[in-house]
Each structure stands twice: as structure tokens, then as C-alpha cells.
Design a protein around this ligand. Sequence first.
Ligand SMILES: [Zn+2]
Length: 438
Amino acid sequence: MTYWCERAWIDGGPVPRVRVVVADGRITDVETGVDAAPGDARLPGLVLPGFANAHSHAFHRALRGRTHDAGGTFWTWRERMYAVAARLDPDTYLALARATYAEMALAGVTCVGEFHYLHHGPGGAPYADPNAMGAALVQAAADAGIRLTLLDTCYLAGGLDVTGHTPLDDVQARFGDRDAAAWAARVDGFGEHAHARVGAAVHSVRAVPADQLADVTAAAAGRPLHVHLSEQPRENAACQAFYGRTPTALLAEHGVLGPATTAVHATHLSEADIALLGGSGTNVCACPSTEADLADGIGPFRALRAAGSPLAVGTDQHAVVDLLAEARLVECHERLASGERGRLPAAALVDALTAHHCLGWPDAGRIAPGQRADLVAIALGSPRTAGVAPEQVVMAASAEDVRTVVVDGRVVVRDRQHVLGDVGALLAAAIAPFWEGS
Ligand SMILES: [Zn+2]
């Protein structure tokens, strides 16, 4: 199959009249400045590489529109989130994640990093298959037509205060394994799939005591390793009080940082933290729609990039599933915090949208021979994008402008229609059980 793109994003900018030749799910040839040949599939507008949604908790989609006007804090929001978590089983998880991943595909996502900690049954009893919940996510991604990196999350403690770590509560018991070794043994038993890789995650310094970090890091060798980092000032205060250092310094000391690691949020950092993250080449995933919704704060993403940290973006709690908006918000929040425009060039925002390497897929994220054939065609004549210069499309387009999505050579979205049909209806059916009686 050959796609002829009116314009395609190649080497940091839009290039006109590009033929992309695809065989067995990979790009085999790219010709620029050429006309379409008979039989080419035409993609009008601007074709970007597929988007990587680097931070997702699929089940949070059930909370959209249910918490945003509730007042309170991150911590009161977490209570509502736990109430949904308590009602999930492998079947309801599959239905909810399938619909959520289909919504992501409509927004141009070709691979999702699922930060997965809902491992066990009620009260923490393992399912007959101890990875049944992870298997539901792998199936959900296959059904939705996207790739998945299952960031299987080590979650051992309920929280951290000045006296140390607290035990898991009743809901959190479902997240926990006995210790890092038990977590690693369970993860080890989970096989890989053509569309799904297994990675690892440290939930946070709140949920994993420092003496367990080395075991997690060792088990994660050769895989992507993600960690929630300094999303809230309270985490920093507790870590400082108990360990006498910042969460970033604690992770650095225990060998967690490095180019295979991705720090999620990285909101409340010191200058020394930024130097540790950037100097180690640790990736940083911004989730600005979530960080705004939860009143987390604004992370120093330009400084992190300048220090050496590649940026990625994620929709996290899925209050919005629009990766283009997410990338744009990184720049907009930088402007609000600094009083300056042009903090990150558009090409840097596209790099953040396509950071598949931080999910363990270094052969995705560029339109080039040898890469996976992930293509996202953005309309340039919509009410939002008419008149827009193609090189600035990320500052104007929304998920609504994603017309066609190709994942590993397969067309998953055609003219805004997902292969599963009516994604709104799928979401409604999957979410309704969580709110029955409320
Ligand atoms: Zn998260």
C-alpha cells in the first residue's frame, strides 16, 4: 500500500507531496515532492507521525464530567477515583479500556502507555490468572487497533508521612504486591504480544519504599520504567521530612533515573532536581490538562528539555483526550508561568507528541524508511484549521481534525470513523455501570 500525502511531517517540518510506501506494517520508502501514482491512497491535509499517549489510567475515563466542579483537592478527587476502582473487574475493565482506547485512536494515538496498578481482586486477592487485569488491557488495545505498553506498576504502600510509609487501605489492597520481588515475579509471568510490550513503573516515592527501588529497577532492565514524580507539594514535603531529600534525589540515589526512565508530571522541582533529570537523560511526561484540572501546578518543561530531558505528553485521567491540545497546553502553561511567548517551538511539541521511544518503541514516531507505519492525517480546511500555516498546525488543530489514522499499516480510523463503530455509544455503555443509582 502506498499513501500519497498532500503534506507530511518529515525531519521537523511539513514537506509537500510525499509518497509513503508501506509493506508489512512498516514504511519501506519515502519520496518527497512527487505526484500521486495511480492506486495511491490520498491523504489530504498534513500527515503527522502517530501520537504516543505516554501516560494513561484507562479507568479514569469513567470519572470525566463527574468530578470537575466538585471543589476539593487532588486528594478528594482521589477518593472518587478509588470508588470507581473498587467496582472494576476484568470484564468491566476490558469494556471501559476498549472504548477509551478507541477514543484515543480517534485523536491520533497509535500507542498508549498504560500506567497499570489495578492488579488484584477485591481485598487484594489475586485473580486465578494474577495478570487478568493486565490481559484485559492488552485485549482492549488489540480491539481498538492501537499498540500498548503495559507499565505494570509496583505499588506497595498506602502513603508517606514524616514517620514513614503507611499500609495499603482497603481499595489500595487491590494495587499491591507483597514486595518488589513478588511484583517482579508476577510481571515476569506476563507474555509479550505483537502489539503490546510489558514495561514497569514505580507508582511514586509515596507508594514504593526506597529499600524496594533497586529491585524494581533491576527487574525493569531492558524495559521502559515510568514513575509519578512530584505531582503535588505534599509528596515533596513528606519525602523531605522522612528521607531528608527530594523525590528526584531519592530516585537518583537508587538508580531509577536514566534514558529508559520517564518521570510523569515532574511539576514541583528544584534546580538540582532539573539537573539530575536532564543530566541523566530521563524522559519527562507532561499531562497538562490533568495538571490543570487537579490544580497540581505548572512543571518546568522548557528547563527540563534544555537540561537534557526529552519531553512526552499524556492524557492521564482523560478529562480530555486530545493529544494536540495536550501538546499545545505545555506551551501555553509555560507562557502563563513565564510571561513569555514561544517557549517551545512547534517542532518540539510534535516531538513530544510522537515520543514512542519512552514507551519502548524506538522504531515508531517518524515518517522514515524502517519505521512503523503510523500515520495521522490532520484536516487543514476545517473551521479550526482553515488558513493555518502547516508548520503551526499543532497550535490550532484539535482531535476533531484527525481524519485518518494508520497504525502499523492498518487503517484504524477512516474519515473520522473508528473500526469499532460508534465510540460514543461504546463509552456510554462501558461507563454507565459505574454510576448506576447515583
Ligand atoms: Zn498518573
